[in-house]
Design a protein around this ligand. Structure first.
Ligand code: NAI
Length: 251
């Protein structure tokens, strides 16, 4: 894997699951990681671990990404401190409690779309502005296979929000490629994280057996894909949806 020494990498939702694993992986590759999340204690611990494994200068910035000024504030602090932003992994996401579409409260729709779509828009807006100014950068959005083909009855809003995240990714990629900003999505399948474990799947072994890989994925396997997309090895990869799903979408 290409080194990220000297690179400034922003990771949202870095206090658990895929975000935490990716923050650590970037730090091990030498990046200075700016971990963003809501849990101050966990965030500080992740940043300290990042600094200890090779990500010199890594730090935590507390933010709720759905707050209107949160991500412009975070990106502003990154620019004040480091003067540039090389890579942004927009990973924070939220999944509604499982229920049939006609039973989902309107407020749940708002929370899903505020987190998975509006906050993504606000983050990209802030990140792209500074990347344009500095002459390039890389953005990776965490979408989901559910945005392409939803395996989850009762999670329609989540699926719709992730389809929107993929559409935003493609459109932004097309707009920004001429300025040297590469934007892609990663779409995890079933990955063992607090979100997946909280989704009330009755029998995980049945779910795992139904996948071509015959197992669930680990957050570190998604992190590897994100690092590759962020690296110069992916220099001509633009507007892509990189699925890390144990073969789910191929089946
Ligand atoms: P997770 O629940 O461990 O991580 C989600 C992170 O986002 C948490 O750290 C959470 O605090 C943060 N977050 C949520 N709302 C936030 C807000 N308003 N402000 C700041 N941070 C916020 O779950 P996981 O699985 O690691 O999820 C990461 C991403 O991966 C999400 O976008 C999710 O939709 C996506 N994904 C996960 C899959 C899985 O099977 N685990 C499958 C497909 C996509």
């Amino acid at each position: 894997m290409a080194g990220f020494t000297g690179k400034i990498v922003l990771v949202t939702g870095a206090t658990s699951g895929i975000g935490e694993a990716t923050a650590r992986a970037f730090a091990r590759s030498g990046a200075t990681v700016v971990a963003v999340g809501r849990n101050q204690d966990k965030g500080a611990a992740v940043a300290a671990e990042c600094a200890a494994v090779g990500g010199v200068g890594s730090l935590f910035l507390a933010a709720d990404v759905t707050e209107p000024e949160a991500m412009s504030g975070v990106v502003g602090q990154v620019m004040e401190r480091f003067g540039r932003l090389d890579v942004a992994f927009n990973n924070a996401g939220w999944q509604e409690p499982r229920a049939p579409l006609d039973e989902q409260p309107d407020a749940v729709f708002d929370q899903v779309f505020d987190t998975n779509v509006r906050a993504l828009f606000l983050a990209m807006k802030a990140e792209i502005a500074v990347m344009r100014g500095q002459g390039g950068g890389v953005v990776i959005n965490n979408a989901s296979v559910s945005g392409v083909r939803n395996p989850n009855p009762g999670l329609s809003l989540y699926a719709a929000s992730k389809a929107a995240a993929l559409a935003l990714t493609r459109s932004a990629a097309m707009e920004c490629a001429p300025q040297g900003i590469r934007i892609n999505a990663v779409s995890p399948g079933r990955i063992v994280t607090p979100m997946m474990l909280g989704s009330k799947i009755a029998d995980m072994s049945v779910v795992a057996a139904g996948l071509p890989a015959r197992r669930l994925g680990q957050p570190e396997e998604v992190a590897e894909a994100v690092l590759w997309l962020a690296s110069d090895a992916a220099s001509f990869v633009i507007g892509h949806n990189f699925c890390v799903d144990g073969g789910f979408l191929a089946a």
